[in-house]
Design a protein around this ligand. Structure first.
Ligand code: HMG
Ligand code: MG
Length: 322
């Protein structure tokens, strides 16, 4: 697990971390939202190409109801087809004990349970109240512990819900506390529809300071309204050193009207490397991975850095900073 090592001075408050861990969620969050099915062998080639880019963790797929998310119905086949690089964690979303059973059989390294800070969104997404979802996760946690599989906990709509509007900070904090009590080793805080602004990020992270250690904090931004990188910067100022992102800016959530692409990994890497923050990622290899999926999808991925190409300054091509 990455820990925050404040080093470079930030122009705002505090210091930026020296190194940031990026969890690549394109194969899951990205492809779950695609209108047309992507062939299993393309997904396998995409994940293999991502493995070559230097990620520590790739969220490969979801073990959810295959009729509700048909795009990821081939979860087991994808996991069986990929070439597993030593040191890379291949993870998947699991909503309930049935999902855990399938995930364990497929040999995932890590699972993620997911709930929300909004009752309405949670109901539409996983057909459960927040309290019911937490109860559902208890046997999942027990089973994962028995199988030696670590568990991340997602909190969706942590800032804004497409049905309820702005979410009070206390509501998100309460759900995060419940997930921590269950024993998840990390919380991924989701701006599901890409509507949050830095002020909201500051408020939530300030409130979480006493209960959520930085090494257990990951931010999951969607970039629907172009505030993704601004929210990353706000998070860095609090010492957050882990972010989810999707290559090329793929993504969305089929149960959240208005959700579009995740923050693009290329855009995040460009910003971080430019700030002198290490990611361990190779931008050229990342570009090749996005090429694989862009070619298969047949539409231009939205990442601004991808569309712009290499800049005349060289930091976007550097993998490690001094
Ligand atoms: P349910 O209908 O309440 O489940 O769905 P159930 O327990 O009543 O079971 C109904 C039937 O589904 C049964 O089959 C089960 O066996 C089957 P039947 O007996 O009728 O033939 N079933 C399953 N089959 C395969 N795998 C399973 C499974 N579970 C039950 N795991 C459930 C509840 C959660 C399963 C459903 O609502 C679901 O799959 N929802 C999909 C949610 C989803 O994938 N959302 C997108 C991901 S979340 C997201 O994108 C946000 C995130 O990125 C962060 C952010 O941006 O904020 C993470
Ligand atoms: Mg998401």
């Amino acid at each position: 697990m990455t820990s925050a090592h404040p080093s470079s001075p930030s122009p705002g408050h505090g210091s930026y971390p020296e190194r940031v861990r990026i969890v690549e969620v394109g194969p899951r969050d990205g492809l779950q939202n695609e209108a047309l099915p992507v062939p299993t062998e393309t997904k396998v080639a995409y994940v293999d190409a991502l493995s070559a880019a230097g990620f520590g963790e790739i969220e490969v797929t979801s073990f959810v109801h295959p009729k509700l998310v048909p795009q990821l119905a081939d979860a087991s086949a994808v996991l069986a087809g990929i070439e597993r690089r030593p040191g890379v964690v291949y993870s998947a979303l699991v909503p309930n004990p049935k999902g855990l059973e399938r995930a364990v059989e497929a040999g995932v390294d890590r699972i993620a349970v997911f709930t929300a800070a909004s009752e309405t969104f949670n109901q539409k997404n996983i057909n459960a109240t927040i309290a019911e979802s937490i109860d559902r996760f208890r046997p999942v946690m027990d089973g994962a512990r028995a199988a030696g599989i670590p568990v991340r906990g997602y909190v969706s709509t942590a800032f804004v819900c497409p049905f309820e509007g702005e979410i009070p900070v206390g509501k998100a904090v309460d759900v995060i506390e419940q997930l921590l009590d269950l024993g998840v080793d990390e919380i991924s805080i989701g701006d599901t529809i890409g509507a949050a602004v830095p002020l909201q990020v500051h408020r939530l992270l300030e409130a979480l300071g006493p209960i959520l250690p930085l090494p257990q904090t990951t931010m999951h931004f969607h970039d629907t309204r172009g505030t993704g990188l601004a929210n990353v910067l706000a998070s860095l100022e609090h010492g957050v050193a882990a972010f989810d992102a999707a290559s090329g800016g793929l993504g969305g959530c089929p149960f959240a009207p208005g959700a579009s692409g995740n923050l693009a990994t290329e855009d995040l890497v460009y910003l971080l490397h430019g700030l002198g923050i290490q990611t361990g990622l190779d931008p050229a290899a990342l570009r090749k991975a996005s090429d694989v999926i862009e070619l298969a999808l047949g539409w231009r991925l939205p990442s601004r850095v991808r569309r712009a190409g290499p800049a005349s300054v060289s930091w976007d091509e550097r993998t490690e900073q001094p």
